[in-house]
Structures are given as C-alpha cells and as structure tokens.
Design a protein around this ligand. Structure first.
Ligand code: FES
Length: 573
C-alpha cells in the first residue's frame, strides 16, 4: 500500500514541477525577456531548501519504484497504454540527463546561473539535432505524465466532469511550451546575428570559470546515461535469471469458468498476469494496481489455500462491499490450483469501476424500504394534470429529503411510490436502524406537507411503508445510458409485499421481525403478525406499526446488536 502511495505522490510532485516548467516555457511566445522574468515565480518554489531535495528525491523514488515494478511483473504482456507509459518512462532518463547536468549540476558546482538565455543559447548553439531532442523530451515527459494521471484519476467519480478541461490542458500546454521554447531560441539567434559579441558575453561565465564546466556537464551526462542503462539491463537480467529458477517453486492451475479454459502458471505470478500471458481478455482498468477492482473474480474452489488479502486488496474489496468469495485477480498469487469466475465482462470501463456494485452486481445484506402514496388515482380525478404533477413533485421532494437525512439510497421510482436501499456503505445494524428512521421521517414529512397543502386536498395524503432486510443482489441496473444502483432478490420482493400489506391491515407502516432484529429493537408492545407472503413458502413475522413516530423511543432506548450472518425466517436471494 505504501509503495503505491509513494509512487503516486512522487509522480504528483514531479508532475507539478513539469507543469510549472512548461508554463514558464510557454511565456517564451511573447519574448525571451518575459520568459526569464517569469522564471523566479515558476521555479523559486522548487529551488527552496525543502522542495529542491524533495523534487529530486521524488524523481529518483518514482523511477526506482517503476523499475521495481518491472522486475516484479512476472510477464511483460500488458495493455498497450501501460506499455506506452513504460517505454516513455524509460526514455526520459537518457533524454533528460544532459538537461539536469547542464542546469542543476552547473548551478551546484559553479557561480553560473542557468537562466533561460544561457540554457537556450547552449541548446541552439549545439545544433538542430539537440533542439529536436529537447522538443522530443518535452513531449515524452508530458505524455508519460498525462497517461499516468489519466489512468490514476479515471476511476474517480468527479473525473468525467473535469476531463474535457484537463484534455484541453493536456493538448495545449506542450504545444505552447514548445512554441515558447522555439520562439525564444529564434529570438536569441536573431539577436546574435544583429550583435555578434552577444554570444560570447552569454558564454563568458562558462569560458572564464576556473572549472572546465562544459566537460564536466558532458561527463556527468555520460555517467548518468550509462548508470541508468546499466540499471535497466540489470533489471531485465534479474528477470531472466528469476525465470530460470521460478519453475523450481512449482506451479498452479487456473480453471477459468467463463471459457472453461485451464492455464498453468508458475507460483508467484498473479492470476491477472497469467490471464494476460495467455491472451485472455480480462478487465483490468487500473492495469493491476489494485485500485479499480474491475479484475475481481469469484473464487469457486481453492480459496482456502489463498493468502489473506494484502492491505491494498482489502481496502479495494471493502470499498465495493465485495462478499468473501470475491478476490482481485491482480493481487492474488495462488500456490495451488484455483477455479474462478470473472465478475465483470472484459469490456468493463472505468465508469463501471466507479459503481459500487459494478455492472453485474454483488450480494449484500441491505435494508429495503418501499413507499406508496395512497389514493393517487383519485387525486388525478379531482385535480388538473398540472396540479397533480405539482403535488407529486412536492411529495417526492419530501421523500427524497427524508432519504437524504437518513442516508437512504433512492433505488427505484414507480409513479406514485419509490424504493430505497440502506446499507450500501454501512453494516446491516446501521442500515436497519436508518431504514426505520427513514420510514418515520417520511411519515412526519407527509404530515407537514398535508398542513401546507391543506385547502388544496379533499383528503390528506397518506402513505404506506414496508420495511424488510436481508441479502439482495445489488448493482447498477437499468438502460445503458441511465443505470442506477438498485437491488433485486426475494428480500426486495418481500419489502414490496409488506408495503402492499399496509393497506390490508390499515396501518401506515409494517416492518419485518428480521429487520427489527437486525436493528436490535425490542418491539413487544406492537402487534406481531405471522403473514403469508406471495412467492414465499414460509410465513413471515411482521410488526404492525399504527403510529410510526412511536418507534423513535424504541430506537433511542436500544443499542445495536452484534453483527449476525443471518436471521431466522429471512429468505436468501
Ligand atoms: S486491475 Fe485494477 S484492481 Fe485489479
């Protein structure tokens, strides 16, 4: 986990510097002088005693972690975007070595200030090939950064909103920076042509320095490039040696239920790496970094031999509320045969990854609330359509507010009623109690609404609320363009039936004993009925609540019970 955090934040620090540096370059579009005058503002923070070492430390840490990741990868088969980012990352060091030696090293070992006129002069005086190399460097660094940021941020919920703006910046900034750099170089060349002594004056500090600066810079570049290349070669050599020895650790077999294929893999290789090695199209939006959860698999056999989830995996699984049979293919390294089923389809997108349930859903203990507005048909007969829509919108506004106040999740709309879920992000104890609070709050708000609408209505608005809790399949459902997180299953149907029974029993709220037990409520003062429920073999114990507000006292006076796996008499989906 800390490795991932370190890699991310070292990249962010370096990216911040690159953005500031390219913005400074962009000012060269106006003039070399403007570019140089702006330099202290863009670079001063990064030359401070704190940020200067931090910047270079971040750069080295980021490179070291990237190389470590290359070593640790059991296979170099990877998605195209990952390969592009890796290659760009490897190119940066040999390209940037001369720039670092010619600026930071010169600054450290001499009195010469590596300002824009001096640096641009030395680049343009070195010939067109060097100029092209620097332009290439700008684009290599920039696209490495942009690809990394995109694949880091694309699973964030807010990212789609800001992406068009970021895309604009991603395209414009390197173009403006390159234009500024070239424009400043041409301006300097024109000044040199008009004033032949100028080049000598700019280069004078270097030529008169007691240190052979130029030689040191080029020697340093050679050392840095050779050291970098040696390191990369060593990493690949180490991979090769490991490949020779790895079969000694044994192997395991993956049975992939989607296709019925079987793959043999050396121990130590993750399931995702093996699937990619064999060309299986398995979703992996974050490229195996344990962030997106799209690689999740249901383990059908072999779970008992798997190591416990590491911190990265545990956090990711907790975030999506995965059940215990689900693991991340990019994080597990089986030591014996394993059988698994992919949870998400191969074409899963970053948007799917952001959904709590994912596209194919997962089982979860939830509390479900159904509400129905009584007499809405007669409302339509008494009122003009405009008035009916107005009243219904008022009604839904109040119900939505009740959900918001009690952490309920709106899951379905049905003309004059709705379904809500509790417990998508909390445990079932809290979910059950919140659902009861939601039912109470809805009744309170209907009372208020009746007071406001008073004269408009022949008879007050009334609602029926049904509450039940149990396992359900939760996931994004609905038309592809507008799916919402909802739930299906027997327990959801039961909640709907209980809402319908409020009419039959003439009470405003019915809750199942199962939900009351999950909530830890003692409701012996309320009538307990055992009722048949359509579509279910066994009868169900339910409490009839004639006065919902009275449940507040029961909630206040009871503490939540410990978590239980299941409650007797509760159907399983
Ligand atoms: S590939 Fe993203 S979590 Fe496994």
């Amino acid at each position: 986990m800390w490795v991932r955090t370190l890699r991310t934040w070292s990249g962010v620090i370096f990216a911040t510097y690159v953005v500031a540096h390219l913005m400074n370059h962009s000012i060269g579009i106006f003039s070399l002088e403007a570019m140089e005058r702006a330099r202290p503002y863009f670079q001063a923070p990064f030359t401070s005693p704190v940020l200067f070492p931090l910047l270079y430390l971040s750069m080295f840490v980021h490179m070291a972690l990237a190389l470590t990741a290359v070593y640790r990868k059991r296979t170099l088969k990877m998605p195209v975007w990952q390969a592009v980012q890796l290659i760009l990352g490897l190119l940066i060091w040999p390209l940037i070595a001369l720039h670092i030696a010619g600026t930071r090293l010169v600054d450290l070992i001499s009195d010469i200030e590596p300002n824009y006129p001096a640096v641009i002069n030395s680049i343009f005086a070195s010939g067109n090939l060097v100029v092209v190399k620097y332009v290439f460097l700008i684009f290599v660094v920039w696209f490495h950064l942009v690809v990394g940021l995109h694949f880091w941020l694309r699973i964030k919920p807010w990212y789609p909103r800001v992406m068009p703006w970021l895309f604009g910046v991603a395209v414009l900034l390197p173009v403006l920076a390159t234009s500024g750099f070239l424009r400043a170089g041409m301006e300097l060349n024109a000044m040199m042509a008009a004033n032949p002594g100028l080049r000598a004056r700019i280069l004078e500090p270097i030529q008169t320095s007691h240190l052979p600066i130029v030689r040191i810079v080029y020697d340093a570049e050679s050392v840095m490039v050779i050291a970098g290349l040696s390191l990369v070669i060593m990493i690949f050599l180490a991979r090769f040696v490991r490949g020779i020895w790895r079969n000694k650790s044994g192997s395991y077999r993956i049975t992939y239920y989607n296709s019925g294929q079987k793959f043999r893999s050396p121990v130590g290789q993750t399931v995702l790496e093996t699937l990619q090695e064999f060309g299986v199209e398995h979703p992996a939006v974050c490229g195996g970094r344990g962030r997106c959860t799209t690689c999740r698999v249901r383990v059908n056999a072999g779970m008992e031999k798997l190591a416990e989830p590491n911190e990265t995996e545990a956090r990711a699984l907790a975030r999506i509320g995965a059940d215990p049979s689900v693991r991340l293919a990019c994080q597990i390294t089986p030591v014996s045969d394993i059988e698994l089923t992919p949870v998400l389809p191969p074409n899963t997108s970053a948007a799917d990854a952001r959904r709590p349930g994912g596209v194919s859903g997962h089982e979860r203990l939830v509390a479900c609330l159904f509400i129905d507005l009584r007499g809405s048909t007669s409302l339509g007969e008494q009122k003009l359509p405009y008035d009916v829509v107005f009243i219904l919108n008022q009604f839904f506004a109040e119900m939505s507010e009740a959900l918001r106040m009690t952490n309920g999740h709106y899951a379905q709309f049905a003309g004059d009623g709705l379904m809500a879920l509790y417990g998508l992000k909390s445990d079932i104890r809290d979910a059950a109690r919140r659902a009861i609070e939601g039912g109470i709050e809805m009744h309170r708000r209907i009372g208020k609404l009746n007071e406001i609408l008073g004269g408009e209505l022949k008879e007050p608005l009334r609602i029926g609320v049904g509450l039940h809790a149990g396992e359900a399949i939760v996931g994004a459902m609905g038309p592809p363009a507008a799916p919402i997180i909802s739930a299906i299953g027997d327990n959801i149907n039961i909640a709907a039936r209980l809402e319908a029974k409020t009419k039959e029993f003439g009470v405003p709220l019915i809750l199942s004993k199962a939900l009351a037990d999950y909530a830890g409520l003692e409701l012996s003062d309320y009538p307990l009925e055992t009722v048949p429920v359509r579509g279910r073999d066994e009868n169900l114990d339910v409490y009839l609540i004639p006065e919902p507000e009275s449940l507040r006292a029961a909630l206040d006076s009871t503490a939540a019970p410990p978590v239980r796996g299941q409650v007797a008499g509760t159907a399983e989906s």
